[in-house]
Design a protein around this ligand. Structure first.
Ligand code: ACD
Length: 131
C-alpha cells in the first residue's frame, strides 16, 4: 500500500469532456472541470479509507470501507450509490445512478492511472506524484 499518503496530480487527460457529456454535465461545469488539475491523496484510518480529491474548482472527500456501499454526491451534483473495492494497488469504484460509472485506479510509486467508463465512453487520466 505504498500509495497511501502520496499526492498524485493530474498530468494528462483524454476524453474527459466526452465522459462529462455522457453524464449530462452542463457546459460551464465541463469547461471548469476540464481546466483544473486535481490532486488525489488516499489515506487510511483503521479499516476505513479516505480519498481526497482537491482542485481550485471542486473538491471531494470520500470515506469508505472496501466493498461497503455508501451515498456519494459527485462533483457535478449527482447522487449515486458507490462501492469501492481495493486489490493491492488497484481500486475499483462503481457508481450506481441514472448512469452507472466505473472508475478503475491503479497506483504506482510515481503515478496513478484512472480509467473512467460511462456507456461506451472511456476516459483515461494520468496523475504524477507531486514532489
Ligand atoms: C478526477 C476527477 C473526478 C471526476 C469525477 C467524476 C467525473 C464525473 C463528472 C465530473 C463533473 C464535473 C467536473 C468537475 C470537477 C473536476 C474536478 C473534481 C474534483 C473533485 O478524479 O480527476
Amino acid at each position: 500500500m505504498s500509495f497511501l499518503g502520496k499526492k498524485y496530480k493530474l498530468a494528462t487527460s483524454e476524453n474527459f469532456d466526452e465522459l462529462m457529456k455522457a453524464l449530462g454535465v452542463g457546459l460551464v461545469t465541463r469547461k471548469m472541470g476540464a481546466s483544473v488539475s486535481p490532486v488525489v491523496e488516499v489515506t487510511k484510518d483503521g479499516d476505513e479509507y479516505i480519498m481526497k480529491t482537491t482542485s481550485t474548482f471542486k473538491s471531494s472527500e470520500l470515506k469508505f470501507k472496501p466493498g461497503v456501499e455508501f451515498d456519494e454526491e459527485t462533483p457535478d451534483g449527482r447522487k449515486v450509490k458507490t462501492t469501492i473495492t481495493v486489490d493491492g494497488d488497484k481500486m475499483s469504484q462503481i457508481q450506481k445512478g441514472d448512469k452507472d460509472t466505473v472508475i478503475e485506479r491503479e497506483f504506482t510509486d510515481s503515478e496513478m492511472k484512472a480509467i473512467m467508463k460511462v456507456d461506451d465512453i472511456v476516459c483515461t487520466r494520468i496523475y504524477k506524484v507531486q514532489n
